[in-house]
Design a protein around this ligand. Sequence first.
Ligand SMILES: [Zn+2]
Length: 214
Amino acid sequence: MSRHHPSPETLMCYAAGSLPEPHSLVIATHLSLCAACRADTAEMDALGGAMLEDLSPTLMEPDARDRLLERLEEPEVPRPAPPPSDPVLPSPLRAYVGRGIDAIAWKKLGRGIEEFRLPIPGGDTYTTRLIRIAAGRDVPSHSHDGDELTLVLAGGFTDGDQNYRRGDLAADADPAVPHRPVADADGACICLIVTEGKLRFSGPLGPLLTYFRG
Ligand SMILES: [Zn+2]
């Protein structure tokens, strides 16, 4: 059971379909692994639909209400489709990766760190990747200023007094505060990471990417 969840605001944006596609994918993958957030999101969907049902048609353009209701019923964002069909990659994520976890062609970055970039729209704004870090590896203390989401898919890591395991979402509460994440010792830690900015590698594992890329 997950212990670190998206904020209610993030879930609201997800339910409304207003998150960028990479972030939607991260949240959809978290929802595949988190019954509590699935229930919260279902409530938000129901509430949003009920609010639209209550709107007086005269307040909206002809057909606008129907279009909005249709959009709620046919979301364009990725949605969870449990049960997971891969031991590591839940269905929404596997659809983007295009293969099972055992078939991924990891690119070695050094020091026990590997990456696989997802072919996901985002252009120069976001980078979406899977990262695999060897058991017990630590990351030098660092700080950063980028917007980033990290979702644990296998293994785990500890950052300060917080431990993150499969299904847990790490978002930057205060990215300026230095931290030093350490991968748990019980196996490789695999994460899905969305980073804002083409060359801005930040977050728990990001500085390593910068280090080994240079
Ligand atoms: Zn959750």
